[in-house]
Design a protein. Structure first.
Length: 308
């Protein structure tokens, strides 16, 4: 099992455009499959009459725009990367790699991650991705699955991704019952006090988790919020063992929550599926009893997205 962060959603919008040649420059002549990176790449040719006559073709270097999109594509294959990673994967000299990363950071498409020297998707990239999602998400099969789950549980459910030290909710289906907690698309919530956040923490590599724990203690959002790093680590270990997370009034007083991971077809954790309910309707035992239904919906989301 591996951990994949917000870039999966944000960058794959760009990735699909690149693969479709929607962003290919006028002199691009086609695509080729590059086994080194396991993906298609744009092939850019500079063909003169002499080249055609002698049967030779010169391949031009990638433009700055192409290199920028290739760097963003790297985020769809890993949670974050270093300047050295950019040098190796894009075959760039150190100064060019630094300039590329600095430019993307200046425009908000990259930002420093939890680990020093590593970059992750920036706020601007996430905003663009959410904008695209907003225009079509209500017609998406994933949203239909959320609506089905909300009907079956009579509670609000949400799909979230990780962004730095927060969960970003990219879609929700609202319960028709009164007294419900509903997250608007793009809403942020801290990792330390939500069931969704605990899912991401539980699936982080140990090194990344330890780096996060060093950032505590955190904000006391409610009287029930866990702010002690050692206490939170124990809860994260429980989540690793059970495969799900529950929450009792740690983010909103009087609201219980539960969450499970959403995987891609290679068992990478790419998102979390959560359910929230007021105490007057459900308690923690009720939420635990709904975990099987949550997991079944998570599996359906994986099949819809990846055909697994």
């Amino acid at each position: 099992m591996h951990f994949v962060s917000a870039p999966f959603f944000a960058v794959n919008i760009y990735r699909s455009l690149m693969l479709g040649l929607a962003l290919a420059p006028p002199h691009a002549t086609g695509r080729f499959y590059d086994p080194q990176y396991g993906r298609f790449r744009i092939q850019v040719m500079n063909m003169s009459e002499a080249d055609i006559q002698h049967g030779s073709v010169k391949v031009k270097e990638s433009s700055p725009t192409e290199r920028a999109f290739e760097a963003l594509e790297m985020l769809s294959r890993r949670p974050n990367f270093t300047v050295s990673d950019v040098m190796v994967e894009l075959d760039l000299p150190k100064t060019s790699a630094h300039r590329l990363v600095n430019n993307l950071e200046a425009f908000g498409y990259l930002e420093n991650g939890i680990e020093s020297g590593k970059y992750q998707a920036g706020q601007r990239l996430l905003e663009l991705a959410l904008g695209v999602l907003s225009s079509s998400i209500y017609q998406s099969p994933v949203h239909s699955l959320l609506m089905e789950l909300a009907r079956k549980t009579d509670e609000t459910c949400s799909l979230g991704i990780i962004k730095g030290a927060d969960v970003i909710y990219v879609d929700s289906a609202k319960s028709k019952s009164p007294l419900t907690l509903y997250f608007e698309r793009g809403h942020k919530a801290p990792l330390h006090c939500t069931s969704s956040g605990r899912i991401f923490l539980a699936n982080m590599p140990d090194k990344l988790l330890e780096a996060y724990l060093l950032s505590g203690p955190w904000e006391q959002v409610t009287p029930n919020t866990i702010i002690d790093p050692d206490h939170l680590k124990r809860e994260v270990i429980k989540t690793r063992e059970t495969g799900y997370a529950i929450n009792d009034s740690e983010f909103v007083v009087g609201v219980v929550g539960a969450a499970v991971p959403v995987f891609d077809n290679e068992q990478n954790v790419i998102a979390c599926l959560s359910l929230s309910a007021p105490h007057v309707r459900k308690n923690l035992n009720d939420m635990v009893n709904l975990i099987t239904l949550l997991q079944a919906t998570s599996d359906k989301i994986t099949r819809v997205m990846f055909g697994a």
